[in-house]
Design a protein around this ligand. Structure first.
Ligand SMILES: NC(=O)c1ccc[n+]([C@@H]2O[C@H](COP(=O)([O-])OP(=O)(O)OC[C@H]3O[C@@H](n4cnc5c(N)ncnc54)[C@H](OP(=O)(O)O)[C@@H]3O)[C@@H](O)[C@H]2O)c1
Length: 407
């Protein structure tokens, strides 16, 4: 099973039951476990759990495997007896839940056990849980601690705890969709040749990885020209993931002819959101067209930000569009291009993460992935926070949180 645990930037552990772990290793292993659920848990967080016995030996690990399924703690506990759990220590990436939802409360389940201690990575921002899960455990006489970062390594683990459930945290903290920009480029930063050719820039390993990453987001976003030029399928093609994703197409003028496009045959039409400008003069005609195809028509208002690029007056206010997608149950977006779509996203400071696959090739002047995006002050350059990279065949994958200060 492919996993994104390398994104955690921590040592990849291969601990076996019975191995002796310290607290930092246990929490880092819990993060690694959490990533295994990333494609399947939305809108829940990816959570991992590791249980050590009284001597610090690994008893079990688990993760939240799918939305509505047992939580990480329950999966880690499932083969352990009360005898095994005497004075055990539980490490879980997020505070155990206090409330009964689709599954029973994990805090209440843990409170029944003869465990000595629970260390949780982050306080759950959900008001139904926040602090209450910890309180249930304390009331049961269990020592409860939030993972406190004192050393450099622990600070790194704390950052990784935030990142493993970044979509969930962003959703709760800001009531907004979490957005990632993803693209494949040459060494000279080109996403396509000037004639539009772009398939394939990266090798098979990077492409398989990108499909896995795609599966971790609720919907994939592309601009009109990517559909016209590439006629992509935009589905998830990965041996470990069976999942349908949703597609958002940015087409303010409503000029795109979706009939016969692969995206229509590879997805349930209702999972395709065709986005056109608000107040479009042909709105009722476009609505009929959408109904005929079975796709959903959305309208978004124009962006009126301070750095509105001059190249296109029909630029969507992406925050407005995303709040409509939020109402449709979408909690995370994966913007796959092309360059114009990415430029608008950067301009509006809309994305939280960048995922970039760089191939060892030179394409010459073509379609630069920042085409249409420019800054007038070097102090406004966009930084990648907590950047990480990994080799995938001969390509290099870069990722990091976007820290944007130009607007
Ligand atoms: N290497 C890669 O990873 C990768 C990935 C995807 C695509 N590509 C390549 O990229 C090329 C296409 O890129 P592109 O930059 O020409 O076009 P694009 O981003 O695919 O589509 C641009 C069009 O989408 C609409 N659009 C995008 N963002 C919008 C926003 N915020 N608000 C309103 N409308 C928005 C606009 O339509 P209107 O013009 O109608 O206003 C815009 O002109 C293709 O050749 C494809 O092969 C490469």
């Amino acid at each position: 099973m492919e996993s994104l645990d390398f994104i955690a930037g921590l040592t990849h552990f291969d601990f076996a039951v019975g191995d002796l772990l310290n607290a930092d290793q246990a929490m880092a292993l819990a993060i690694q476990c959490a990533y295994n659920g990333a494609p399947f848990v939305s809108p829940n967080p990816a959570v991992g759990c590791v249980i050590l016995n009284a001597q610090g030996k690994l008893l079990a690990k688990g993760h939240h495997e799918f939305f509505g399924g047992p939580h990480a703690e329950v999966n880690a506990l499932k083969n352990l007896s009360h005898e095994d759990l005497k004075s055990a220590q539980v490490f879980v990436t997020l505070e155990p839940c206090a409330h009964e939802g689709k599954t029973p409360s994990c805090a209440k389940a843990l409170a029944q056990l003869p465990i000595a201690k629970v260390v949780f990575g982050l306080v759950d921002p959900n008001p139904l849980v926040s602090g209450q899960g910890a309180e249930i455990l304390r009331q049961a006489g269990i020592v409860v601690e939030e993972f406190e970062p004192r050393t450099k390594q622990q600070k790194k683990i704390k950052t990784e705890l935030e990142e493993v459930c970044e979509v969930f945290l962003h959703n709760f903290r800001h009531k907004q969709v979490f957005t990632t920009i993803k693209m494949a480029t040459s060494l000279d930063g080109q996403m396509a040749l000037s004639n539009g050719q772009s398939q394939w820039i990266t090798g098979s390993q990077a492409r398989q990885h990108a499909h896995y990453l795609r599966s971790c987001y609720d919907a994939l976003v592309v601009g009109r020209k990517t559909i016209e030029n590439d006629d992509p399928q935009l589905n998830i093609r990965h041996p470990d993931v069976q999942k349908n994703n949703r597609i958002v197409i940015l087409d303010p003028s409503g000029e795109l002819d979706l009939q016969g496009k692969k995206v229509l045959s590879c997805h349930a039409a209702k999972d395709i959101f065709w986005c056109v400008q608000e107040g479009h003069p042909r709105h009722s005609q476009l609505q009929k067209q959408a109904e005929g195809l079975g796709v959903q028509l959305l309208t978004a208002r124009p962006w009126s930000g301070p750095h509105k690029p001059t190249m296109n007056q029909n630029i969507f206010d992406l925050a407005d569009l995303s709040s409509q997608l939020w109402s449709q149950g979408i909690r995370s977006l994966f913007i796959e291009g092309g360059a114009t779509s990415i430029a608008h996203c950067l301009q509006q400071n809309f994305a939280q993460r960048l995922c970039l696959y760089v191939a060892p090739q030179i394409l010459g002047q073509g379609l630069s992935w920042t085409k249409g995006f420019s800054l007038d002050d070097i102090n406004h350059r966009i930084h990648l926070q907590n950047p990480k990279h990994q080799s995938l065949g001969s390509d290099i994958f870069w990722t990091g949180r976007l820290k944007n200060s130009h607007i």
